[in-house]
Ligand binder design. Sequence first.
Ligand code: GRF
Length: 210
Amino acid sequence: MEERVYRLVVMISGFGSNLQAILDACAEGRLPARVVLVVSNRKDAYGLVRAQRAGVPTLYFPFKPYRDRGLDRTAYDRDLAERIAPYHPDLIVLAGWMHILSSAFLDRFPGRVINLHPALPHMFPGMNAIQQAFEAYQRGQIEYSGCMVHIVTPEVDEGPVLAQAIVPIFPHDTLETFEERMHQTEHRLIIEGIIRALRTCLETPTDPAR
Ligand code: GRF
């Protein structure tokens, strides 16, 4: 990887522990990158506090005003992309971002939006994946779960996988202990996924639209 500091935009909706893992990895030199903007669609997302503490600009951009005006996701996604573009991100990282992004957003940053999902490829797409996996284990349908980082495509939680890891489930686990193990693994995997994506970025010519 060439000596360059990559520009990351991180999008969150909640606690932001994965954002923290990214901020820490940047600060400790484990990631040749800088978080240039943190976006949240929820005002009370604790991740916004983490960003402010790290001196990173934040953008709160909710969907509700669009819905209230009878506008659909396409209008929201297009405007959101418009707000992010001036930050010239090399990579946009969805780290607990709870809003499905359409082509109106993704086409603006082709191949440069990645997502962290707490399940293995093609298993438990969408919401509550951790709980779904835990319940499937209880029913004897799976023996383990995992998490992955993938390039975002319009299909929810699909798209080329950049990194994945198995997360075991044990008979004595509660949902909470399993969840904790999942998050520990995610905090490591998100960094691995970003590094993999940045390497890919280097091989892809920069989109002139950016
Ligand atoms: C993570 O489990 C992520 O995989 C999921 O939402 C959670 C976000 O956690 N999509 P945090 O906000 O990073 O703590």
